[in-house]
Every structure is written in C-alpha cells, then in structure tokens.
Design a protein around this ligand. Structure first.
Ligand SMILES: Nc1ncnc2c1ncn2[C@@H]1O[C@H](COP(=O)(O)OP(=O)(O)OP(=O)(O)O)[C@@H](O)[C@H]1O
Ligand SMILES: [Mg+2]
Length: 424
C-alpha cells in the first residue's frame, strides 16, 4: 500500500469494508478490532449465526470452498480488505482476484501456500532450507510402504489439507499404515487422498512465535508455549522462556518464512524446540488459536496486531503486561440450547481473570466453545488458575428450545441481500 490509509464511513455509499472469510472465535475478535477502527465488517461462513456474524454489521452464508460462490460474493461486496480467517477456502479464487486488483491480506499467496502442507513444507524445507522433521508425501498405501523407512517409526501421518489435528495419527509399525491412511483420507479436506508422513519429533517444548509483518517492520510477541491433545490446543501460556540462542534461531526461522510469504498481518509460526535445536513445523497467516492468551497478556492482542498490520498501520512496541495462560473450553454434546454455568466461581479463581464464550449456536460432538484467561505472577500460577477456572465451568447442551423466548435486543446483522442499493 503506497498511500497511507484513510478510513471512510459513508451511510449511503461505500464505507471502508473488510470481508472476513471465516467467522469463528478468532474471526470474532478480528471483527471487533476492525470495528474499533471504523471498518465495516462483512462476516462470512458456511453456517448462520457464526461467532463473528454476531458482532459484524453484515453477514453472508456461503460455501467458501466453491470458487463461483466465493468469486460472486467478493465481487458483490467489493471489499477494501479480504481477510481469510480459516484454511478451507478456494485460494485459487483469491489468487485470481488478487491479480485483478483485490486486496487479500496478508496475501493470496500466503493463504494458498499454508492451506496445503505440501506447499508450505516445500517452501520451508526445500527452498528456504529451514530445519523440519524428516518427511515424505504419498498418495497410496504402496507409496507409503516404499518410503516409510526414510522417516522410521514412530511417525505422524496427516492429510495434506486439514487442521486442528483432523485425520492425524501416530504410527508405531507397518500394521498401522492402512488404518491411518484410511483415517487421513476420510478426514482430509478437498477430497484429495494425499498425506504427509513425518518422523515423530520428541520435542521438549512446542511454541507459537507470533510474528507481525507491518509497515514499520517485523515484530515478535514473546514465545507462547502450548499443550495439544490429538492435534488440538488445550492450554497455552506466555512467555515460554527460551535461551537467547534458541530465541534467535526461532526468530530466524520465523522471519525467513514470513518474509517469503509476504504481505502485512500476523503469522502464528509453530516451532518444535529440541534442546538447543529449533524445527519449523507449520504456520498460520492469521491469528493463531494458541495466541488467544494475548487477550490478557499484551496491550495489543494478536487480533489487534493483525488488524493494525493489515490496514497498513504501524505497530510500534508490543506491550507485554505479565505472565498469562489460556485454557480452551472444549465440550461435547448435541443440541441448540447451550448453557454455561459456574462463571462467578471461575472468575473468582484469580485477581486477573477473563472469559470468552464464543456464542456458537449449536453443538454436535466435540467443539471449542470458549476460553479461560488468567494473568498471574508466574506462568505456572497462571496455568494452574486457568485449569481451575475451566473445572468450575459447567456445561449442558439440550435439543429442546428454551421455554422463554426473549426478544432480540439489537437488530440482527443484515444479510447482504437485504442491503439497500446505494443511492446515486
Ligand atoms: N512430527 C511431529 N512429531 C511430534 N508431534 C507432532 C508432529 N507433528 C505434529 N505433532 C503434534 O500434533 C500437533 C498438531 O500438528 P499440526 O500443527 O501439524 O496439525 P494441524 O492439524 O495443522 O493443527 P492446527 O491446525 O491446530 O495447528 C502439533 O502441535 C504437535 O503437538
Ligand atoms: Mg498446528
């Protein structure tokens, strides 16, 4: 962006508009930060009443993986900023529209490269020569059997297109190949029967290094440590203390891949720490779920930083407030009436606590529905606190409609089709 940003609010014509592709809990916080700066937000997802739609001015419900639907929506909204918030998007459409002059942040290239493990691994490991786990790609059981000796057992198999640990499994011997491949094929996105097989890394710790690329250069948040269960994050904390040497190496890897992807925004760079070695794992060209801890640990959260950067605004210095932790509220059940209790008890667990309940409209199976946040004197205390907070929270999902219907206290966000044509 050569000219510096001007925000336009225009009741009858085009206001500065961001189209959020993906309206989950991370998108909701991005929407709030955009709106704080006067940007009009169109929140899009495949289902209605998604978290970001509950705060945005406008919404659109489409299948974002369908090129035609995505193209039509973007042309209709004509946004100043297109912000992919999830991986499952037709990134080819973003690449095409970027060439036509639309502004995809951080870049259509970044969205396209990171939605496929093959593309980002080739960039990081082969072109940029960053250290990673040993790996190979395969599209059949025979191909896996031929190559598996190159990584050995145990190893991890993942669909090339998936997130939150879906379709991922650890293999201990040849006997696991068939079962794992079938699981990866049925859980992967995009109907492609292709997997990455990675040597299992016995890391000491894994971190997310939030890296902001902005008009005033690259900025790093303090490293975030996290704990995953079946490839899905459960707790994160900041800072994860690293030696100066390891921190320098982590920054080197993050700078290298973020610079190669290009564009302004925040990137969640996932790294494995093994002794004094750092391995690149993968990255998100957007806020990272483990980075929700920054809602309480920093003066500008990862969401605020993303918005500042993508609008072309300077970051300055990122203010770290104190050691903090987050614990995801993952619940299981079925129904459209979701009831959360024990909130007072949870918030009373520490002097600096916060809660986010994402407002997801229904539950079928297991889903992340909220997050507990705490700031304390030490990371250990903060972690203990968020775990206690989580234990206090009770949850119930029911199918029956609520007995009392309360009227909406505010207008529903407008669906795009309800929008009036701008007056000439
Ligand atoms: N090669 C490996 N060795 C050991 N553990 C691994 C390996 N690859 C992945 N894991 C573990 O599984 C987790 C999820 O893996 P990865 O980040 O690749 O999957 P994902 O589906 O993209 O997850 P997300 O979308 O939540 O980031 C990692 O954070 C790590 O804990
Ligand atoms: Mg990951």
């Amino acid at each position: 962006m050569s000219e510096s940003l001007q925000i336009v609010n225009n009741r009858s014509g085009h206001s500065t508009t961001a189209l959020l592709l993906g309206s989950g809990e991370l998108g909701k916080e991005v929407a709030i930060e955009l709106m704080r700066l006067g940007v009009t937000v169109v929140a899009c997802d495949r289902y209605d009443q998604a978290p970001a739609m509950q705060v945005a001015q406008k919404k659109a419900v489409i299948n974002m993986r369908d090129p035609q639907s995505l193209n039509d929506l973007i042309v209709k909204v004509n946004p100043d900023f297109i912000i992919p918030e999830i991986e499952a998007i037709s990134t080819e459409t973003l690449l095409k529209l970027e060439k036509e002059g639309y502004n995809v942040v951080p870049s259509a290239y970044a969205a396209n490269m990171t939605m496929n493990r093959e593309a980002i691994r080739e960039l990081a490991a082969e072109q940029l020569q960053l250290p990673t786990s040993p790996y190979f790609f395969a599209s059949s059981i025979e191909e896996i059997k031929e190559q598996i000796h190159t990584v050995g057992y145990p190893c991890v198999m993942k669909p090339v297109m998936s997130s939150s640990g879906r379709g991922q499994s650890v293999l201990k011997s040849d006997q696991d190949i068939e079962k794992s491949f079938k699981a990866a094929c049925s859980d992967g996105r995009g109907g492609i029967d292709r997997v990455i097989v990675e040597g299992f890394i016995n890391f000491d710790r894994e971190i997310t290094l939030l890296t902001v690329s902005a008009v005033d250069g690259l900025h790093f948040c303090k490293p975030i440590g996290h704990h995953q269960v079946n490839g899905d994050y459960r707790e994160s904390w900041q800072p994860e203390e690293l030696s100066e040497e390891v921190m320098m190496e982590a920054k080197r890897l993050a700078s290298s891949v973020v610079t190669a992807l290009g564009g302004y925004g925040i990137f969640g760079v996932e790294l494995f720490i093994c002794g004094d070695k750092v391995l690149f794992s993968e990255l998100s060209p957007r806020p990272h779920d483990t980075g929700m801890v920054t809602l309480i640990s920093q003066d500008l959260s990862e969401f605020a930083l993303h918005v500042r950067a993508l609008l072309g605004l300077p970051i300055g210095e990122i203010g770290f407030i104190g050691p903090s932790a987050s614990a995801a509220l993952v619940f299981e059940g079925e129904g459209e009436v979701l009831r959360y209790g024990g909130l007072v008890e949870a918030l009373n667990e520490g002097p600096h606590t916060q809660l986010r309940i994402f407002g997801k409209p229904e539950l079928s199976g297991e889903r992340r529905l909220g997050v507990c946040l705490c700031r304390e004197n030490t990371v250990d205390k903060a972690l203990e606190c968020v775990k206690r907070m989580r234990e206090n929270i009770t949850f119930e999902a029911q199918s029956a409609p609520p007995p009392v219907q309360v009227e909406e206290s505010r207008a529903e966000p407008k669906a795009l089709d309800e929008e009036k044509e701008p007056t000439a």
